[in-house]
Design a protein around this ligand. Structure first.
Ligand SMILES: CC(C)(COP(=O)(O)OP(=O)(O)OC[C@H]1O[C@@H](n2cnc3c(N)ncnc32)[C@H](O)[C@@H]1O)[C@@H](O)C(=O)NCCC(=O)NCCS
Ligand SMILES: Nc1ncnc2c1ncn2[C@@H]1O[C@H](COP(=O)(O)OP(=O)(O)OP(=O)(O)O)[C@@H](O)[C@H]1O
Length: 284
């Protein structure tokens, strides 16, 4: 591996943290997202606003920076896993302090925190698959200091016997759908349309515990079928796709459902898209 001077390494970790923050802001602003906070409004949320989401994203940049510094060119082992867990929980406290106690980004701190860590472990650069696999190896290690909380997400994974945020990371992020983003861009979609298509691709199969906690299996089925309908109609660049998206938004609001986990994974997709080194022989 190429050795970088300390200043070059510091520039790279700062850049990773700034990119992670930007991905959260881009995700929050992207519109129109079904049920979620976006630049039109609060979606299905009473206690969230776009301004709050953006403040929260900015409050997390120092956490991402510390994660990247801590993980720079280190291998995945229990000591690193526990250091990352400590920083992640500290990030949750920063978020809560910045938002006055509202959970804006818990799932995003987890997914992006692991991916920032993975990028730093690989010295700032690696292909998308390697980044996801490095993050998975970290997520699969035990953290003795992890509090034994029975969270809403955990409850939903037990009740419905589905994978949640932990498993998504441990399985190397099967719902980080960079190809969907690339395909829509190649088909001539605008950047916003391509990002919305990527969100739809995530929603077709994610077992989003935010949706399950608020709206049960009916909510999850509505989300998955509605997202599939958008993509089958030609995606968000077509008039028919946009109509299907508006229908899905109305259906999600009627059920008080919001795909917060899918939103986190869209931010993770944007992150991978910006930092992954494209392999020479990839289909691109
Ligand atoms: C694993 C986490 C997300 C807790 O998960 P859990 O399901 O128990 O909790 P909770 O309901 O509070 O939050 C889950 C969040 O994940 C997102 N989510 C929901 N479903 C999914 C899914 N299927 N896949 C991915 N993310 C999802 C949502 O945003 C949701 O809000 C995390 O908070 C955690 O354990 N952090 C500990 C600190 C740590 O180790 N950090 C290291 C990396 S920074
Ligand atoms: N644009 C967005 N709009 C809404 N939620 C988002 C957005 N982006 C990411 N999220 C994610 O959704 C989660 C919020 O979901 P939710 O409101 O269900 O959490 P909660 O506050 O724990 O539960 P509830 O609101 O049901 O009491 C956040 O943790 C965040 O990770």
């Amino acid at each position: 591996m190429k050795l970088l001077s300390q200043t070059q390494a510091e520039a790279q970790v700062s850049q990773l943290a700034a990119i992670a923050r930007d991905c959260l802001i881009d995700e929050a602003r992207l519109s129109p997202k079904p049920g979620l906070v976006d630049s039109r409004g609060n979606g299905a949320h009473q206690d969230l606003t776009l301004a709050l989401m953006e403040r929260s994203a900015r409050s997390l940049q120092p956490t991402f920076l510390q994660l990247a510094r801590q993980c720079w060119q280190r291998p995945a082992d229990v000591a690193l896993r526990e250091a990352v867990g400590r920083l992640g929980r500290e990030g949750e406290r920063q978020m809560m302090a910045a938002t006055g106690g509202v959970n804006t980004h818990r799932g995003a701190i987890w997914a992006l925190g692991l991916l920032v860590s993975a990028a730093a472990m690989n010295g700032g650069g690696a292909d998308a698959e390697r980044l996801a696999r490095t993050a998975a190896s970290l997520a699969s290690l035990p953290d003795r200091a992890a509090p034994k909380l029975f969270s809403k997400g955990l409850k939903a994974t037990h009740r419905y016997r589905v994978p949640g945020a932990r498993e998504e990371a441990q399985q190397a992020f099967p719902h980080v759908v960079r190809l969907a983003l690339l395909r829509s861009r190649a088909a001539g979609a605008s950047e916003s349309e391509a990002r919305l298509d990527a969100l739809m691709a995530i929603m077709t199969s994610l077992s989003d515990t935010c949706v399950l906690s608020r709206a049960g299996l009916e909510g999850l089925q509505t989300m998955q079928a509605g997202a599939r309908a958008v993509l089958l109609a030609g995606g968000c660049m077509t008039a028919q796709g946009q109509r299907a998206l508006a229908q899905l938004d109305a259906d999600m609001l009627a059920l008080n459902a919001s795909p917060g986990g899918a939103a986190d994974l869209l931010a993770a997709t944007l992150f991978i898209d910006r930092v992954a080194v494209t392999a020479h022989h990839s289909f691109l």
